[in-house]
Ligand binder design. Structure first.
Ligand code: IMP
Length: 188
């Protein structure tokens, strides 16, 4: 089975390719822009995105909307994660978190998958903390400032390791459970 990964983010594609390979699913990188509505729910962005892509005739694909939610900032940047990364970036988040002791945060990844004429939407989560400084050079986005164990950042983890604990890896595992129900193991 081949699933099209619809994203402009090469980092996301590489993670999907690695995660799906464990389930013998091939990933094809497809860059097709679609409108991401501004709303308070990742799943709503994904639902609308899937509808727009199906309208363009696309089938058998994955899209993903992710966000980082910082407890001390009342869930910010959350659904604004993309805009905040492009504007104030990791340095800006670290500045907002200066002198903040409670550093808990979580990452969420909502996957929308269209397969065999059915839509599946799942959300994976990864709890962690915001580090005091950027660490590591791998990964993308907020990886250098987010740590699942308070020690190493996501940007210091090889992709299979990050997938083993990450919001995206957890979302893929939830997706695979649902796929089993729809098409059974034999098909992939
Ligand atoms: P989007 O899902 O592409 O809209 O992502 C929102 C923002 O979160 C973007 O700035 C991404 O770079 C960032 N982001 C999404 N997933 C991850 C991740 O796994 N690690 C670090 N940053 C991420």
């Amino acid at each position: 089975m081949i699933l099209k990964i619809i994203t402009s983010n090469q980092g996301k594609f590489i993670e999907y390719r690695e995660a799906l390979s464990s389930f013998s699913i091939d990933a094809e990188h497809v860059r097709i822009p679609y409108d991401e509505i501004q709303t308070s729910e990742l799943s709503e962005v994904v639902e609308k995105g899937m509808a727009a892509l199906k309208e363009k005739g696309l089938r058998d694909f994955i899209i993903d909307d992710s966000g980082m939610f910082v407890d001390a900032l009342k869930g910010f940047p959350g659904v604004y994660s993309s805009y905040v990364q492009k504007t104030i970036g990791n340095a800006g988040i670290l500045k907002l978190m200066e002198n903040v002791n409670e550093r808990e945060a979580n990452f969420q990844c909502c996957i929308g998958c269209n397969v065999n004429g059915k839509d599946i939407i799942v959300t994976g989560k990864c709890d962690g903390v915001i580090l005091k400084e950027e660490k590591g050079t791998d990964g993308f986005g907020y990886d250098p400032i987010f740590s699942h164990d308070g020690k190493i950042s996501l940007a210091e983890m090889p992709i299979p390791e990050k997938n083993g604990i990450s919001h995206r890896g957890n979302a893929v595992r939830l997706l695979m459970k649902e796929l089993e129900d729809i098409i059974g193991n034999a098909k992939y």
